[in-house]
Write a protein that binds this ligand. Structure first.
Ligand SMILES: [Zn+2]
Length: 167
């Protein structure tokens, strides 16, 4: 019976940090944390971890976004000079950037919940979060490079002298 109370407290604690819990659950959790030193210690450690984690996305991803966005945009500009699919490339670039920005808070909450739930080290969470941010940009860059390769391939087949014109 006691074991169930502790499990319930841990579950409610995790839920309250991610999506919020109902007032009666909140009251029950507060009561249990006052009575149970083990769960209270667990709660304090989780809070500490999450606060440390929440400091990260403000510093890291904004800079990261700016740099990856610039890199992808440069690639897209290079590619669109020799290709008609410039618009498509811009759409891909914008989509990858938007996806990163829009999904960041949601993803971060997921990571924070995951870390709180399974006690994942902070470094591992940060790596995972950074990867999540870079993957869409990397995919966009790959698409840009692929388009560019295709365009150059066609140009080479149709107009062999094309390669002499300076880019
Ligand atoms: Zn407990």
């Amino acid at each position: 019976m006691n074991e169930n109370f502790h499990q319930r407290a841990q579950r409610l604690l995790a839920e309250s940090l991610v999506e919020g819990i109902a007032a009666p659950d909140q009251a029950w959790l507060g009561q249990h944390l006052r009575e149970c030193p083990d769960c209270a210690r667990e709660a304090a450690a989780t809070q500490e971890l999450l606060q440390a984690l929440r400091g990260v996305p403000v510093a890291v991803p904004r800079d990261l976004v700016a740099r990856t966005q610039l890199r992808v945009r440069l690639r897209a500009q290079e590619a669109s000079e020799s290709s008609r699919s410039g618009l498509l490339l811009w759409v891909i670039t914008a989509a990858s950037w938007l996806l990163g920005v829009l999904s960041a808070p949601l993803v971060w909450r997921g990571f924070a919940w995951f870390g709180g739930q399974f006690g994942v080290p902070r470094l591992a969470l940060e790596m995972g979060f950074v990867l999540w941010w870079t993957v869409p940009a990397l995919l966009a860059a790959a698409a840009v490079l692929y388009q560019r390769g295709v365009a150059q391939g066609f140009a080479g087949q149709r107009l062999p002298r094309e390669s002499k014109t300076p880019h």
